[in-house]
Design a protein around this ligand. Structure first.
Ligand code: SF4
Length: 435
């Protein structure tokens, strides 16, 4: 019989391919009143990320089992893979979580699984883990369940009653790739399940809103109404993950899909995971990972879509960068996508920091949301000079060529330089060399 320690080694290692485990956006739960075990704070990042006070926090990130009846060719746990297999019982995962939490190793659980027997059977086991933790142990730490897409809607509903976040992997950017590399997975089922989660999440938000209104109403007894009207479902929303570089999908295709997922299913996050070649992998898969910087650039572009008002077309349409098959629509790996956009659209620059709209300030490479707000606040009191921009806590070196201010800005002349891109690449490498 395999020892628990051995299972843990296998099933924690098998879970390392999943990138989608940040914990931001959950609601607050704690055990300060002496009740329950653990705590979750909103806004925290988990899986080796840092809290605003500098603490590194982590999740117990494991698979329930790495046995799997499916044959996704990019996955180390596919049925035909000759890896060592292990399987936890529900009680083992529950006890490990509580034990690790009490020893202060973790602040929550990220649980995924290979598919055993059937999707419903597997999902039932995962739901049981979350239910045991919440109901039997009154565990108030963070729980993220990786949901099995073709599990029954009833199980999907139950999962969200106990988990802080649910996720369903979209896996690959195109239907064709999914059919080729993960033939048992059905894109229509994945989307249908995402819709089920979105509907419950919406219902939960609505219910919490109503509950607040009732609770603040002076005419009704607050507690009674709070209890009867609140439906809490996956408060940290849903997320998904896409494998990048296993197929030939361009960055434009990937970002278009992400954009649809954000709009249609209100995803909290789309995670991009660079494909890593696995032993004994299918022949049609690449022998090498894509450069890690590609993953990084996709995250930067994703940020532009969500917070900077950029459209997918603006980020990728006029890009002349191609992949190794000569296919266009790729992000420039040398510079970040916002700078790349600015260099393709010099007609919009320099931007006047004293008169530009917030939207236009956000288009300036090096000015983020906080920086734009600070500029707008400062310019209410005086006309800003270039040196005032530095006082807003912004790195002036990157911004300088793209702005005009109340005083003369000789750096604007750089916009006429044919080697402007090289100038920024050199700057970036000099900065990297400092670390
Ligand atoms: S369903 Fe596919 S991706 Fe998930 S564990 Fe099984 S083989 Fe791997």
């Amino acid at each position: 019989m395999m020892k628990l320690q051995q299972k843990l080694a296998i099933l924690a290692d098998a879970a390392k391919y999943d990138a989608s485990c940040a914990s931001s956006g959950s609601n607050n739960k704690n055990s300060k009143n002496g009740k329950g075990v653990g705590s979750t704070s909103s806004g925290m990042g988990i899986c080796h990320s840092y809290t605003p006070d500098g603490r590194c926090i982590s999740l117990l990130k494991i698979l329930l089992t790495n046995f799997c009846i499916y044959e996704c060719s990019y996955c180390i746990n596919r049925a035909s893979s000759p890896v060592e297999r292990a399987r936890f019982t529900v009680d083992e995962v529950v006890n490990l979580t509580i034990d690790f939490y009490k020893r202060n190793y973790i602040e929550g659980l990220f649980l995924s699984s290979g598919i055993i027997q059937s999707s419903d059977y597997t999902m039932e086991q995962m739901v049981s883990v979350a239910r045991e933790l919440r109901k039997t142990h009154d565990f108030r730490g963070y729980i993220h369940l990786k949901t099995i897409p073709d599990a029954s809607p009833e199980l999907l509903r139950m999962a969200g009653l106990y988990a802080d976040r649910l996720s369903i992997n979209v896996e690959l950017p195109s239907k064709q790739s999914l059919a080729l590399y993960a033939p048992e997975k059905n894109p229509a089922t994945i989307k249908k399940s995402m819709s089920v989660l979105r509907d419950h999440i919406d219902e939960s938000k609505e219910s919490r809103k109503k509950s607040k209104i009732i609770a603040t109403s002076a005419t009704q007894p607050m507690k009674r109404h709070k209890k009867t009207s609140k439906f809490i479902y996956s408060p940290a929303g849903q997320s998904t993950q896409m494998i990048v570089g296993a197929d030939q999908s361009s960055d434009a295709k990937i970002l278009t899909l992400s954009n649809n997922l954000y709009n249609k299913y209100q995803m909290r996050r789309v995670y991009y995971s660079a494909f890593s070649p696995i032993p004994h992998s299918a022949q049609q898969l690449p022998a090498q990972s894509p450069p890690l910087i590609r993953e990084h650039r996709l995250y930067q572009a994703d940020w532009l879509l969500r917070f900077y008002g950029f459209g997918v077309n603006e980020i990728t349409a006029s890009s002349t960068v191609t992949n190794n098959e000569g296919q266009g629509g790729m992000l420039d790996l040398d510079i970040d996508p916002k700078l790349a956009w600015a260099l393709r659209h010099l007609e919009f620059f320099p931007v006047n920091v004293n008169t530009a709209t917030r939207e236009m300030l956000l288009r300036v490479p090096g000015i983020g949301a906080i920086g734009a707000n600070k500029i707008i606040k400062s310019r209410r009191f005086k006309r800003l000079r270039v040196s005032d921009i530095a006082k807003c806590g912004l790195s002036i070196k990157k911004i300088e060529p793209f702005i005009e201010a109340a005083d003369a800005n000789p750096a604007c002349r750089l916009l006429e330089d044919e080697n402007l891109k090289q100038y920024f690449i050199k700057k970036e490498s000099a900065q990297m060399a400092l670390f």
